[in-house]
Ligand binder design. Structure first.
Ligand SMILES: C[S@@+](CC[C@H](N)C(=O)[O-])C[C@H]1O[C@@H](n2cnc3c(N)ncnc32)[C@H](O)[C@@H]1O
Length: 276
């Protein structure tokens, strides 16, 4: 496969499109990434220049070409129990608080949104952690985790819930037994009970309105805002605030920061915030 040239004009057109549509900031250092990840698509579709491919993407009335493009460009790196300190804090502080707040209800209701869920490792980790908590406390709970992303490929992987053995390294043995079925080829498939706790949906975080009726007690949006600029991050935090119930929580990635001057959330633990 011959390497295609990406001119300055083509780079500017593609990076502006990705920024306008998805908020993803492709700085000059991402030039090689664009070439590397899109080259194969161009070859497959028979385009000989990035300009022709760009015109095809923006003119595609179905919007599918744009989705394929962002699928290739977005970074979906994730793993089970990533930044495990968060899950320990969630289990030891957040879940007991949510349970206490609902003491008078006949059944505890847990509503979590995993925004930028990639291929499902994060929402399934949450589902396991929440299940374990209620199992250990012998409490009956209704658990609902909404897992959203822009990448269709990642969402399909999440919904299928099949992970090769090497992806399961961080999942404790007892959890693997309880929540996954092992296949002959060594891969693991999430059991029906685990899958039923997680609903995968496509959602672009930079759209101004979200189709939610209620509030979430907890939002996880980790290692997603690193791809956005400050302005996009600020408006996203404003929308998260709208959909977090009073006293609810926001978890962001350990390498990310939240602009505290916005007054939307209070800092309570490293990269964990509570709605003001
Ligand atoms: C590096 S992964 C993080 C996955 C997981 N949250 C974690 O921490 O392991 C970033 C995810 O954000 C998604 N993403 C990027 N821009 C997005 C947008 N505008 N709307 C929704 N998801 C987006 C990507 O598709 C990708 O799956």
């Amino acid at each position: 496969m011959n390497s295609l040239r990406l001119t300055d004009e083509e780079f500017n057109l593609i990076s502006k499109l990705v920024y306008d549509k998805f908020g993803i900031n492709l700085g000059e250092q991402k030039r090689a990434l664009i070439i590397g990840r899109l080259q194969k698509v161009l070859h497959l579709e028979g385009f000989t220049s990035f300009k022709d491919y760009y015109n095809y993407v923006v003119r595609d009335p179905s919007g599918r070409a744009l989705l394929t493009m962002v699928d290739k460009i977005s970074t979906n790196h994730t793993f089970f129990f990533r930044e495990n300190d968060h899950f320990e804090y969630f289990s030891s502080v957040v879940l007991p608080q949510l349970t206490t707040r609902q003491q008078r209800k006949p059944k505890i209701d847990i509503r979590v949104w995993c925004a930028g869920c990639s291929s499902g490792e994060e929402p399934y980790t949450l589902a396991m952690v929440i299940s374990e908590y209620f199992r250990n406390n012998a409490v009956d709970a209704d658990i609902g985790i909404l897992a959203t992303d822009i990448s269709i490929t990642a969402l399909e992987k999440g919904a299928a819930g099949v992970y090769p053995e090497e992806k399961m390294a961080q999942v404790p043995f007892i959890y693997r037994q309880r929540y996954f079925d092992r296949s002959k080829d060594g891969s693991y498939t999430a059991k029906k009970e685990l899958k039923e706790m997680v609903l995968f949906r496509r959602l672009n975080l930079i759209q101004q309105e979200y189709p939610f009726k209620g509030h979430f007690q907890v939002i996880f949006c980790r290692n997603v805002m690193i791809y956005f600029d400050k302005e996009t991050q600020r408006s996203l935090i404003g929308r998260f605030h709208r959909y977090t119930e009073p006293g609810g929580y926001l978890f962001i990635g350990h390498s990310e920061t939240l602009d505290r001057s916005l007054g939307t959330y209070n800092y309570i633990h490293p990269s964990v915030y509570q709605r003001a």
